[in-house]
Design a protein around this ligand. Structure first.
Ligand code: ZN
Length: 252
């Protein structure tokens, strides 16, 4: 069910163990061929599918389109909440529903830049409510929730998610093909991180003057549908685990 469609009394009547999902995405450049709203469109589609499959057992808050996208700010159209602002925003949203007694919160993430502040928000919330043992506080990035290579022979050229890449372009092709520009002649850009296993701070422009990482020319509609199915199934599985948690122990 959608928080936006509930009345306040209807929300108040829900069991406090009902999982509350905050979908968090972004508005940022996605190369020359995809719309700025790509991450929000893709996560919105996964939420739409997952909401149907969880049939009234989970509350989905409205998608938060403003993410932490400072590393994309060299490209016009990118809108970003700076990391500390974003961290406070996530903590505050979570505290709102904790105040109303809800115990199981999931940040469902659709943008890489949200991962570090999202984890920090979860960490800080846990410390703030350290004497509570009925709280389950999670963050998950949707493309880590399923394996598109398992039991399938779809010829992906990328082994993992890039940016405005084969995977994201395929999903936008599936969802809104009229929003995809000419991707056929875009040469692949190496998405390998530098100085691995160290983490090197980065801006999008220094890794890719065109703004994408990966191989957008390899995008296909059927790959997009496969990715949506796999990631939605993984999201639904995670939310089932959240619902089935016994409400007090560290492990499930
Ligand atoms: Zn993206």
């Amino acid at each position: 069910m959608y928080l936006a469609e509930l009345s306040s009394p209807a929300m108040a009547a829900l069991p406090r163990s009902t999982p509350i999902v905050f979908p968090i995405a972004a508005m940022e450049q996605h190369g020359p061929h995809l719309p700025l709203y790509t991450d929000s469109l893709l996560l919105g589609e996964i939420v739409r599918r997952a909401e149907i499959q969880t049939s009234g057992q989970v509350v989905f808050a409205p998608l938060q389109w403003l993410g932490n996208s400072d590393h994309h700010l060299d490209f016009p159209g990118t809108l970003s909440a700076p990391p500390r602002v974003y961290l406070d925003l996530l903590v505050a949203m979570a505290e709102n529903v904790i105040r109303h007694g809800f115990q199981r919160l999931v940040f469902l993430n659709g943008h890489g830049g949200n991962d570090v502040p999202g984890r920090q928000a979860i960490f800080e919330l846990r410390q703030s409510y350290r004497d509570r043992h009925d709280l389950l506080l999670l963050i998950a990035t949707y493309w880590h929730l399923g394996d598109p290579f398992k039991d399938a022979h779809i010829p992906f050229v990328q082994p993992h998610m890039g940016h405005a890449c084969e995977w994201e372009t395929s999903m936008i092709l599936r969802l809104a093909p009229h929003l995809v520009g000419d991707n056929a002649r875009l040469a692949a850009v190496d998405a390998t991180p530098a100085f691995h296993p160290a983490f090197r701070g980065w801006t999008a422009r220094e890794r890719s003057p065109t703004g994408y990482l990966g191989a957008p020319s390899a995008a296909r509609v059927e790959k997009g549908e496969r990715l949506f199915q796999v990631f939605t199934a993984g999201t639904v599985r995670l939310l089932e685990r959240v619902r089935e948690w016994n409400g007090s122990t560290w492990q499930e």
